[in-house]
Design a protein around this ligand. Structure first.
Ligand code: GDP
Length: 299
């Protein structure tokens, strides 16, 4: 929680400073409400959240003197209401042997790192976990996953550079099943420059997974870099078109001023947020909790 709080300090100080400037002894009139709405939009909270908060204040406090603290309180309550339904941990069913988690997202969003962190958490919880290096085009991505495999003591299934990712996914499930594994993470490529290719590749991977286990993939995690702010919205749209995204992980919430984007995403898409990344190390993945997040964000 400490790391989340310090991580979101930039987001919350932007908001706190803005609110402080706006609401020193000020009556809540139309102009003040408009300024507030503008401020909330600049913090990446999203137009819908900004409108809701201002509407709520207009209804309850119009014409009265309000303090920045009272506005913060209302804002935190509104954010908790939005985040509560999406704050849901990734639930692994080890009886599936293996539970298959496909991990998608653009290059650099933090897929491989998130897989490493999730592998550690689940290994520590006593599950046997395998990692499949499905980004077969980037040698560096495969190497990086192998480093995480060593660090967490999880086997890594990989193929030579340029190998067919769908074939690798099929083999990974077979191997993992033969070993009696509980959980398999499949990493994927994230080259957005060529959307049609990526779409075809992801579709082929999913078909290949289903040939091996028709109930899989059991989860399709989309990893998003919070520092990209509003770009995260279009990434959700793009990946939702390509695969059946079942949940999100937001990374790099340490030290970004754009943490508010998570609220906007929750409001717009309603997809479960399974965890949040607050650093590069194995332990820097936090369960996503609505109240803790809202309080850290609002400051
Ligand atoms: P991928 O291309 O999607 O697999 O992304 P990577 O896992 O390689 O991550 C890209 C970079 O972001 C790496 O340098 C990671 O160490 C870094 N990274 C990933 N998650 C986080 C996070 O939560 N916080 C910070 N500060 N860095 C992160």
């Amino acid at each position: 929680f400490g790391k989340l709080k310090s991580g979101l300090a930039k987001s919350s100080s932007k908001l706190t400073q803005g609110l402080g400037d706006l609401f020193t002894k000020r009556k809540l009139d139309d102009e003040a409400l408009e300024d507030l709405e503008d401020l909330l939009i600049t913090t990446d909270l999203g137009v819908a959240t900004a409108a809701k908060v201002t509407r709520h204040l207009a209804k309850t406090r119009f014409g009265q003197d309000v303090s920045a603290d009272e506005i913060k309180q209302t804002l935190a309550e509104e954010i908790i209401r939005i985040l509560d339904p999406v704050a849901r941990p990734l639930v692994i069913d080890p009886s599936r042997k293996p539970h298959v988690v496909l991990v998608v997202g653009v290059n650099g969003s933090g897929k491989t790192t998130t897989i490493g962190k999730l592998a550690k958490q689940n290994k520590d919880a006593g599950l046997s976990v395998t990692l499949a290096a499905g980004d077969t085009f980037r040698a560096a991505a495969v190497e990086q996953l192998k480093v995480w495999g060593q660090r967490t003591g999880c086997p890594v299934i990989s193929r030579e550079n340029g190998a067919d990712a769908a074939g690798l996914a099929y083999d990974a499930i077979t191997e993992s099943r033969n070993r009696g594994d509980d959980l398999l993470f499949i990493d994927t490529a994230g080259r957005l420059q060529n959307k049609a290719d990526l779409m075809a590749e992801l579709a082929k991977i999913v078909r290949s997974i289903k040939k091996c286990d028709e109930t899989a993939p059991h989860d399709v995690l989309l990893v998003l870099d919070a520092t990209t702010g509003q770009n995260a919205h279009s990434q959700v749209e793009i990946f939702k078109d390509m695969v059946n995204v079942t949940g999100l992980v937001l990374t790099k919430l340490d030290g970004t001023a754009r943490g508010g984007v998570l609220v906007a995403l929750a409001e717009k898409f309603g997809l479960p947020v399974h965890a949040i990344g607050v650093g590069e190390q194995a332990d820097d993945l936090r369960p996503f909790e609505a109240e803790a997040f809202a309080k850290s964000l609002v400051g």
